[in-house]
Write a protein of this length. Sequence first.
Length: 79
Amino acid sequence: MGCVYTLTRLDSSRSHLDCEFFMPINFFKGIMFKLLMKKKVKTQCEQAWVNLSNYSEDLVKKNESHPYQIVLDPVPAVA
């Protein structure tokens, strides 16, 4: 299983975080995931987003930034 995180800046004070999970196609593993793991993974992701939001809001309140801040310029669209 793998995942891709995409963070998109909406404006100067807001961003959108998207996470997509990928799993090789396998009928039995898919059923096992849905029955045993899906709810747990979803709960963990939701808690991680809450933690990240709280951490980010705390940085803004303190007028600080994360020490490993990475800024990526958007890739220009190819015509």
